[in-house]
Each structure stands twice: as structure tokens, then as C-alpha cells.
Design a protein around this ligand. Structure first.
Ligand SMILES: C[S@@+](CC[C@H](N)C(=O)[O-])C[C@H]1O[C@@H](n2cnc3c(N)ncnc32)[C@H](O)[C@@H]1O
Length: 539
């Protein structure tokens, strides 16, 4: 039954034991209560919201927009609600989290099902405003992604120079070409959907491989260029239809036998386009249809790199000046130091820097649910091959084209031909010392945010080692929080790994600072490796 909000469910209230807030600037700032807290589901303001009240007072800054939030269970009576910042603060904040403590398991369960139901209604029905008007029904994409991020993102992809950058990554485009052409058997006479077609290049490959018809879906202005490019290839053009729009929103005349897409961002998941690929699967693909690619793997291994560590630590030294035009800058040193270590480093590194064999986290595009990509939690366990200082976690990815004739992997591994994705390294501000044979454990926990990327929480620990060690005991732990949306592109740095890796960090800190190449890249450009001077190494 509809109420004035237009949602099927009436306003609901839950009494909670406590709530506390994790803001992006502080992990622990909180406002938990001694008196009980009421959580109220409401659409009073025309937006479906969860509002928290204590002693009939609204708790400012805690309200969450149900349409753009995600609720996770932390334990039987504890949950975490991650949401877009919508409070009074003007501070730029991609996401914020409220920890909710329930009084018992039943109430926790009821709360979760109410949240799920409200979210479904918001997404499916749109929201009726109190004056009777109906707010435009938003798509799944619009609910998850901040409009300013989406605008910049599609503006970036609407430009030919950025499509050219990807086309000129010959490892990437050549592997797609080979995977399609060698697997003609999968394309001949089939209906294909190209998810995020860009210039239309993969649609043209699919048509070359004999596709009966290809629907090239592209949300950015690039769709117009794709039309032009396709029209200029008349032998293929009659079998390709360009559809301008988001895969979450467009309608197609028929189902697809096969999806083709290049949805991979830095560390596979940046840009959150994999979710669009999964939505396209659920909307357009016939049961048991093929996906090109069908599997993605994130590979991870601890690394040791004194140069990189010192370079990052040195960047913050600027803020140690006590007399900068008469101003003491040191109050900001700690924040600057933390800021530099929160940037994943993007470059191509020597695989000899790896301290142990890598492990991998598999994402099966045929099976995974869109929601599974909202939070990616990877337990880490390695055995150090050498005694050294570990400076963080190195990561890269690969994807599989599981063709009926030929299987092909597109890899971005260190040591393999470089792609425009390079590799990424999460550097910890506190290195850990390991001996050969010692176990390194940890966790990489990534939480999606509404700026089309992820907040990454990394921790690494060295376990007790040697005779007499307490079973399972931890010697040292180091952790960090990084934003995958704000990487540090380091490709133009001089790379030299001739120095002994056991040189003390203090000595290096005193050494001449490595000149830092700063690139004036806008936010959208940072989603991908973008500029000409840092372009992919041509084959
Ligand atoms: C990495 S590019 C790949 C372009 C092209 N397929 C290629 O391989 O060269 C991804 C493209 O997908 C488009 N895109 C991203 N999300 C989309 C969505 N939800 N719906 C439609 N297009 C999308 C972007 O605008 C961009 O052009």
C-alpha cells in the first residue's frame, strides 16, 4: 500500500542500542549513546532517508540516503551503513559510515529486511514527493554514483584522445582482437552486445568475426564518433547498431548470445564499470551466454622498495619547514604524510621487488552479483622468500577470454609487456621486517564509494618466526587506508634498483630528495593512465 511518499512501506521506526559515525577524516569520531536511539525510515523530504533520533532530537549529520547507501552486517547485532555524505558539511567526502548496534538479533534481521525493501522500492518506483509530484525514476547507476563523478567520467570518455590512448595500448587491443578473431566460432551468426563500446572498436572486431548483429551501447558522447567510425566501415556497418545510453537504462530489441566489454580499471575494479558489465549480463544475456572476458583475477604480493618508500615519505618533508615566509608549516606535516601514503602508486615495477609468490582473488563475471562488488574483502597470507623490509602490497590483474576455440589471458603483471594499467602498489607508512620463510598475514578490504572507486584498507602482519615462537603470534602489524580514486602516477620517475634493499630508511631520508614529477591531471583523467608522456609503452 502506498503512503504519501509513494513508497509501498509506511514510515518505520527501530529502537537501537547505539549508533556511531565513522567519517572519512577520522576512523573513530563517534557519537554513541547511553540513552537509546531511534532509527526512522522516512521519505518526508522527498528522498528516502534513514534518520537517527535521540530523546526525540534529530542527530545531525547521521541521516543516510537509502538510495545511495549500502548496509553490511558486521556481526549478529552490529551493522555498518556506508553512504554518500549528505549532511551540512561542505567538505568533500565520498562516503561515510554509520555503525549500528542492535539490541538483539531479531531486531537486526528486521532492520536489514526493511532497509532492503525500502531500497528496492526507491530504485524500482522512484519517489513520490509530498506534493504529489513524482521524482524521476533513477537507474541503478544514478543511485550509486555521485552525479559530478559520472559527469566527469563520461566527459573523459567522450574525447577521442582518451579512446586513442586505449586503442594505442597494443597489448590490450591486440589481445582483444586475437581473442575475438581466434574464436570466430563464438561470434559467427550470434547476437553480441558491446558493453561500453567507446569508439566501437570491439563491435567492429565482433562484426569481423561474423556476428549476426552487434549492439554497441555507449553512454558518453563517444557514441556519435562510434557511429561515424562504423559508418565509415560499410562492410561491417549494417550489422552494428550504436545505442547511446547507459547499459543500466537502455532497452534492446533482442537478447544477446555473447557480451563483449573492456570494463577494467586500475586494479580491475576502479571506475566500478564491472558492475555495469554484470548488470548488462542480467539484463541482456541469454541463459548460459558467453562473456568476453569471463573471469578477472586480482593478484597480490608483498614488495620491498626502499626508493619508493623514501620518495613518498620525503614528499611530506615540505611541511616540516618552521619558517616558510615566516609561517610554521609543521602543524600540517602529519596530515600531509598520511595523505601521501593514502595514494596507491601506479607504475611498472621490477618483479624482483616481490617478497613472496603472489596470491590471487578470482572474480567470475558469469556468477558474481553486482552487490558482491560493493565490498571486496581479501584475506592475505604469504611466505617471505627473502629476509627484507616489506613496504606494502603490490597488485595487478588479468582477465580471461574463455573462447570455445582458444583461451587467452590479458595480463597486467609486472615483467609482462606493459599495459596502460601498469601495476599498483599500496605503500605502508610503517615497513615490517621479515625473515626468509616467515609468514606474512593481513587483509585487503575494499569498500566501493560513489565516486566510482574504492576506499582500500590494508593491513600486513609478520607472524612469529623461528624456534620457540609462539604459535600464531604476531610480531609487527602495519596498516593503511588508501583511495583508489587518487593514485600517484609515477611512470616518469627514474627507475633504479641497483642499491642494496637493506639500506636504512633514515639514511635515505637524508639523501637528496628525488625530483617529483607532478602532472596536472584532472580527477577523471586519474581513473585511467591518461597523458601522452606517460602513455603505454608501444610494442
Ligand atoms: C574502458 S572504455 C572501453 C572502450 C572500448 N570498448 C574499447 O575497448 O576501446 C569503457 C567505455 O565504457 C563506457 N561506459 C562506462 N560505463 C558505462 C555504462 N554504464 N553504460 C554505457 N557505457 C558505459 C565509457 O564511456 C567508455 O567509453
Amino acid at each position: 500500500m502506498d503512503d504519501s511518499s509513494g513508497l509501498k512501506h509506511k514510515e518505520l521506526e527501530f529502537t537501537l542500542a547505539a549508533v556511531s559515525q565513522l567519517s572519512s577524516s577520522s576512523l573513530s569520531s563517534s557519537s554513541s549513546s547511553s540513552s537509546s536511539v531511534i532509527a526512522r525510515f522516512s521519505a518526508d523530504s522527498g528522498v528516502a532517508e534513514l534518520r537517527f533520533h535521540r530523546d526525540s532530537e534529530f542527530i545531525d549529520g547521521f541521516n543516510v540516503d537509502i538510495g545511495t547507501s549500502q548496509l553490511f552486517k558486521l556481526g549478529p547485532v552490529q551493522s555498518l551503513c556506508v553512504s554518500e555524505s549528505s549532511g551540512a558539511s561542505k567538505e568533500k567526502s565520498y562516503s561515510r559510515a554509520v555503525t549500528i548496534q542492535f539490541r538483539n538479533e531479531d531486531e537486526s534481521r528486521d532492520f536489514h529486511s526493511a532497509f532492503e525493501q525500502w531500497q528496492k522500492d526507491v530504485i524500482q518506483a522512484g519517489i513520490h514527493l509530498p506534493n504529489g509530484a513524482i521524482a524521476a525514476s533513477k537507474s541503478k547507476f544514478d543511485y550509486k554514483i555521485e552525479p559530478s563523478s559520472a559527469k566527469m567520467y563520461f566527459h573523459y570518455y567522450g574525447q577521442l584522445l582518451h579512446q586513442q590512448n586505449m586503442l594505442q595500448d597494443y597489448v590490450r587491443t591486440g589481445t582483444y582482437y586475437a581473442a575475438v578473431i581466434e574464436n570466430r566460432v563464438d561470434f559467427t551468426g550470434r547476437v553480441v552486445v558491446d558493453v561500453g563500446a567507446g569508439s566501437g572498436i570491439l563491435s567492429l572486431f565482433a562484426a569481423q568475426a561474423g556476428a549476426k548483429h552487434v549492439y554497441a551501447v555507449e553512454a558518453s558522447e563517444m557514441a556519435e564518433y562510434a557511429r561515424k567510425l562504423i559508418a565509415g566501415n560499410p562492410a561491417l556497418a549494417q550489422r552494428i547498431t550504436v545505442i547511446k545510453g547507459k547499459v543500466e537504462e537502455v532497452e534492446l530489441a533482442e537478447k544477446a548470445d555473447i557480451l563483449i566489454s573492456e570494463p577494467m580499471g586500475t586494479l580491475l575494479v576502479n571506475e566500478r564499470m564491472l558492475e555495469s558489465y554484470i548488470i548488462a549480463r542480467d539484463r541482456f544475456l541469454v541463459p548460459n551466454g558467453k562473456m568476453f572476458p569471463s573471469i578477472g583475477r586480482i593478484h597480490m604480493a608483498p614488495f620491498s622498495d626502499e626508493y619508493l618508500f623514501v620518495e613518498i615519505a620525503n614528499k611530506a618533508l615540505f611541511w616540516q619547514q618552521q619558517n616558510y615566509y615566516g609561517v610554521d608549516l609543521t602543524p600540517l606535516y602529519g596530515s600531509a604524510f598520511q595523505g601521501y601514503f593514502s595514494q596507491p602508486v601506479v607504475d611498472a615495477f621490477d618483479p624482483r621487488l616481490l617478497v613472496s609468490p603472489p596470491l590471487c582473488h578470482v572474480i567470475d563475471f558469469n556468477e558474481i552479483k553486482e552487490e558482491d562488488l560493493f565490498e571486496i574483502d581479501i584475506p592475505l597470507k604469504f611466505i617471505a622468500s627473502v629476509g627484507t623490509r616489506v613496504h606494502g602490497l603490490a597488485c595487478w590483474f588479468d582477465v580471461l577470454f574463455n573462447g570455445s576455440a582458444v583461451q587467452r589471458w590479458l595480463t597486467t603483471a609486472p615483467g609482462a609487456p606493459t599495459t596502460h594499467w601498469y601495476q599498483i602498489r599500496c605503500v605502508l607508512s610503517q615497513p615490517i621486517y621479515v625473515m626468509a620463510g616467515q609468514e606474512i598475514t593481513g587483509r585487503l578490504h575494499m569498500i566501493a564509494h560513489n565516486a566510482q572507486s574504492y576506499t582500500m584498507y590494508l593491513s600486513l602482519s609478520a607472524k612469529m618466526w623461528g624456534p620457540g615462537a609462539v604459535q600464531g603470534g604476531i610480531l609487527q602489524t602495519s596498516s593503511g587506508k588508501l583511495d583508489l580514486k587518487e593514485p600517484y602516477y609515477r611512470m616518469s620517475q627514474p627507475q633504479s634498483y641497483t642499491m642494496a634493499q637493506d639500506q636504512q630508511p633514515q639514511q635515505l631520508l637524508q639523501a637528496q630528495a628525488i625530483p617529483i614529477h607532478t602532472e596536472d591531471l584532472d580527477e577523471a583523467e586519474l581513473l585511467r593512465q591518461p597523458s601522452e608522456n606517460t602513455g603505454p609503452q608501444l610494442q
